[in-house]
Design a protein around this ligand. Structure first.
Ligand SMILES: Cc1ncc(COP(=O)(O)O)c(C=O)c1O
Length: 375
């Protein structure tokens, strides 16, 4: 039975002040990218659609510097937790868990009826490649997939996915899936060099686009692997998506066309800046935020494994995190995030320094926090 709601009628208003976003996504979107969405609609089987979709797919390959295939699908990153599991896992999957999002990935695989082994880490710790090797060896090399989160957005950990990829490469029957939501586009990764079969993200994070699309990069081995299976995902089937692209240069179903228009514009900006320069800008912001955090608080994530796009700051001063966020929002029209869930809610807070932010805009936020929290 549907739950009955007795909520009073609400009148919707757009009368909200604009806020600058420093949350771990969605993040700030350039004005000209937003404007791109306000165009008359066209059909998803028209030539214009083929031009648009092939442009954004090929530009994404260029930007990510990969020879693998690219799928851009209406949905969010979550879609590829499901699709990659359905497409590649017959029975067993190893999911190293080190926070909320990696735990959710394991949970998705369980719901899909897969035999899930977790390699569990304390929140704040990073996944270690040698532990992954040990787990694979202990299982008698039975995993179809090892699935690792690149950036654990709940704890600010950046896992060494390059080294984990090199370990998984020693086991040719095991595929390596990386959840790079909140990292890709702001933290350089050489996808082809490190045997990453599947890596995905969402548009609203370090790509700095509106939410609504998921981006997935797929190796030819992962594509082939799926063909052997008849229980693959329909919507996120690598074969269906990529074959359709090959034949028609379009998506298999009606996509979120306005977001794709925004994507095309933003990808031009990203190509102009370049992946390495974008990575460098994010590194500078990270160094600044880390220095600031060490001066006033501490960092939650294990040293040596800290994210380049989301900093999780340990609230060593016992500030009222919720009240500080509210006041910074009210006085400065800037929004940052509390710690993740009840576990880290007041114990930490998070700053998203990704997408189109730069040193200057990040400094504006830290100054606002200093002012409000009396640091
Ligand atoms: C690491 C990570 N994985 C997956 C997701 C889910 O992404 P989406 O909300 O785009 O489905 C998020 C969202 O914040 C995330 O941070």
């Amino acid at each position: 039975m549907c739950p009955v709601t007795d909520a009073p009628d609400r009148e919707y208003t757009d009368d909200y002040p604009e806020k600058t976003l420093y949350i771990p996504g969605p993040t700030e979107v350039r004005e000209d990218v937003i404007e791109e969405m306000a165009q008359p609609m066209f059909g998803h089987r028209m030539d214009r659609m083929t031009d648009l979709y092939t442009t954004i797919v090929e530009d994404t390959k260029d930007f990510l510097d990969t020879d693998n295939e690219v799928i851009i699908l209406t949905g969010s990153g979550t879609e590829f937790w499901e699709a990659s599991t359905l497409n590649l896992v017959d029975e067993k999957i190893l999911v190293p868990t080190c926070g909320s999002f990696s735990e959710r990935h394991a949970n998705v695989a369980e719901r899909l009826g897969k035999d899930v082994d977790r390699l569990e880490y304390e929140w704040g710790e990073a996944i270690k490649p040698e532990d992954v090797r040990e787990a694979i060896e202990e299982s008698d090399n039975e995993y179809d997939v090892v699935a690792s989160v690149m950036n654990e957005s709940s704890t600010g950990v950046r896992n060494p996915i390059e080294e984990i990829g090199d370990v998984v490469a020693e086991y040719p029957d095991t595929y390596f899936v990386v959840d790079a939501v909140s990292a890709l586009g702001g933290d350089y990764v050489d996808i082809d060099e490190h045997n990453i079969d599947v890596i995905f993200t969402s548009t609203q994070k370090a790509f700095a686009m509106p939410p609504g699309l998921a981006i997935c990069v797929v190796s030819s081995e992962a594509y082939e692997r799926e063909i052997e299976k008849d229980s693959a995902s329909w919507y996120g089937g690598f074969q269906r998506c990529l074959d359709y692209y090959d034949r028609k240069g379009q998506t298999h179903s009606t996509p979120a066309i306005p977001i794709m228009l925004a994507y095309r514009k933003q990808m031009k900006h990203m190509l102009e800046e370049g992946h390495h320069a974008r990575d460098e800008r994010h590194r500078e912001m990270t160094e600044y935020v880390h220095e600031w955090a060490r001066e006033h608080f501490d960092l939650f994530a294990e040293e040596g494994y800290r994210s380049q796009t989301v900093s999780c700051i340990e609230n060593t001063q016992g500030i009222d995190v919720a009240a500080t966020i509210e006041e910074v929002s009210a006085e400065y029209d800037m929004v940052f995030s509390n710690g993740y869930g009840s576990q880290l809610g007041e114990k930490t807070f998070r700053i998203g320094h990704m997408g189109e932010h730069d040193l200057e805009s990040i400094r504006e936020l830290t100054e606002a926090i200093e002012d409000v929290a009396g640091l």
